[in-house]
Design a protein around this ligand. Structure first.
Ligand code: V47
Length: 357
């Protein structure tokens, strides 16, 4: 432990074995101090947020991920499938003075052609040209490539041309194919997820990376996941933020595994901050963690809370998160940050500061 501590204080990279040692042995207070050292080195006292909204075109999905409470089959009660017109109507109600980012993610619909996704990006971009479009997970993008018979580079380049500015971090789950075969057997494999992000980075499209933890995986799997992300980031530098997503158990096929404790959430956040020395930002996604746990996470390595959301996402409320209608004003986000002892900074989607409060 002393050796690892010295490395972290000297800003030296820790190895996968050392990371595993931390997962197995390190206590929360110690991890908090070390993660905060890394956090302050990278981001000072800043705690970032943005003004964003989600558009979820459909929850109809060809995949049957066991952790998902959101997916429905076509025609099943509770399914939705917005038409292009409906998506654009929602977009027209948004105000570019109020939101700076639209995050578009949904299920992998069995029949939507690539032209539908082209029209979504094109339409949203034309209505809100100043607003950053962060859209489609690697999973959705790969299925677009398969469905259209076009290489992934072409899919990405075309969407970029139409206004796609970055890609979100979803679909990563755990980047270990044995774990994937247990929880998301129909999803693309680990190498393909990484390949899509690598191709995006090569085209100048920044992205995020998530990790869904606290289900059937073990600490070795988490370390493997983090190591794959750190290696790709060494190569491309294209990841902006890492987002650990705590498995929430309500209304899905993995319910019986339960949820990990808040102590484990904070230990995990801290270890991720320490290990991922090359990914600048760590997000405590408040609709998933809950507001007070996200606030606490700022002292354990996180420097970003995501955004105002405006009650526009259902993934977490359907999986049992406390906030059924997630929305926060800028004033509330700022208060939350200040109460935790940090400085609230509104950012754009590429983490350029817009305003310090
Ligand atoms: O890939 C689904 C996760 C992800 C559950 O890039 C669940 O800024 C916990 O990736 N319990 C999609 N997690 C959401 C996502 C995301 C969210 C916010 C910001 C960004 C970003 C990306 O949600 C999925 C999956 O890992 N998820 N079901 C569940 N029951």
């Amino acid at each position: 432990m002393e050796k690892i501590k010295e490395k972290i204080v000297r800003a030296e990279r820790i190895s996968a074995e050392e990371c595993l040692y931390l997962y197995r042995n390190a206590a929360l207070p110690e991890l908090g101090v070390l993660a905060n050292t890394v956090r302050e080195r990278l981001n000072g006292k800043n705690a970032y947020f943005n003004r964003n909204v989600h558009i979820e075109p459909t929850n109809i999905c060809v995949n049957k991920c066991k952790f998902c409470s959101y997916r429905r089959a076509e025609g099943e009660a509770g399914s939705w499938d917005l038409s292009l017109e409906e998506i654009l109507k929602t977009t027209q109600l948004l105000d570019s003075q109020i939101v700076t980012e639209v995050h578009i993610v949904g299920g992998v619909h069995p029949r939507h052609a690539f032209s539908f996704y082209e029209s979504v990006i094109d339409g949203v971009h034309k209505i809100l040209p100043q607003v950053h479009i962060k859209a489609f997970t690697a999973e959705e993008l790969w299925k677009m490539a398969e469905q259209s018979g076009r290489p992934i580079e072409q899919i990405l380049a075309r969407l970029k041309e139409l206004g796609l500015a970055s890609i979100p971090g979803g679909g990563a789950e755990i980047l270990n194919d044995e774990v994937r075969s247990k929880i998301c057997a129909e999803k693309i494999n680990s190498a393909t997820w990484l390949h899509v992000h690598e191709q995006a980075h090569a085209l100048g499209i920044a992205s995020n990376a998530t990790m869904l933890y606290g289900h059937v995986e073990n600490f070795e799997h988490r370390v493997e996941h983090l190591e794959k992300l750190r290696s790709l980031q060494d190569k491309t530098g294209g990841f902006n933020a890492f987002i650990p997503l705590k498995f929430r158990k309500a209304h899905n096929e993995l319910s019986e595994v339960g949820e990990v404790s808040q102590i484990e959430d904070l230990r995990n956040m801290a270890i991720c901050r320490i290990f991922l020395d090359n990914i600048p930002h760590l997000k405590a996604y408040w609709p998933m963690f809950g507001k007070s746990a996200a606030q606490l996470a700022l002292s354990f390595g996180a420097d970003d809370l995501d955004g105002t959301i405006g009650d526009s996402t259902k993934i977490y409320s359907m999986a049992g998160a406390d906030d059924k209608n997630p929305t926060m004003s800028v004033a509330e986000l700022c208060q939350m940050v200040r109460d935790a002892g940090f400085v609230p900074v509104e950012r754009d989607s590429l983490y350029r500061p817009i305003k310090q409060y």
